[in-house]
Design a protein around this ligand. Sequence first.
Ligand SMILES: [Zn+2]
Length: 65
Amino acid sequence: MPIIYRCGSCGETLFMFRTVGQDSFGVPTPDELFTKIGPKCPKCGKRLTRPTLNRVKVIGRVGNK
Ligand SMILES: [Zn+2]
């Protein structure tokens, strides 16, 4: 199941991490994503805060079928 990080403001998918057959592969932490994505949402410009990325929701089990 993919792990999707979304902007909590506009719902833009910021990063998708597919875990298909790679359970042991390291899932990026919010802090690592902050480094990848940058300090704000590329779509709506909402600032993301480093410690908790509280504007980003971690959603699992998307596309369960
Ligand atoms: Zn956004």
